[in-house]
Design a protein. Structure first.
Length: 115
């Protein structure tokens, strides 16, 4: 098992940047994959980015070139750097850890992009 705590959300103007953090309650070194998902009001939760323990990162087409996912195994932390934010990026962002066969979720952090 693992507990995940997100932070770093907030209100930002279009074109601005935010960095989300997800701290895990245990070592993430051996976790199969970690990622970020988001859910906007009235919409289904969708993948934003994933980072496997030893593979290639994956991004939703809508965030490619603007967002970057990274992990610091020494700090048990996964980050999501979000640049050039758009109003359509507004959502609750959730951290995810996949430890076969279970997916674990954090409580979410709100990101609002508005002028």
């Amino acid at each position: 098992q693992v507990q995940l705590v997100e932070s770093g959300g907030g209100l930002v103007q279009p074109g601005g940047s935010l960095r989300l953090s997800c701290v895990a309650s245990r070592s993430i070194f051996s976790i199969n994959a970690m990622g970020w998902y988001r859910q906007a009001p009235g919409k289904q939760r969708e993948l934003v980015a994933t980072i496997p323990s030893g593979g290639v990162t994956n991004y939703a087409d809508s965030v490619k070139g603007r967002f970057a996912i990274s992990r610091d195994n020494a700090k048990n932390t996964v980050y999501l750097q979000m640049n050039s934010l758009k109003p359509e990026d507004t959502a609750v962002y959730y951290c995810n850890a996949f430890i076969r066969p279970t997916a674990y979720w954090g409580q979410g952090t709100q990101v609002t992009v508005s002028s």
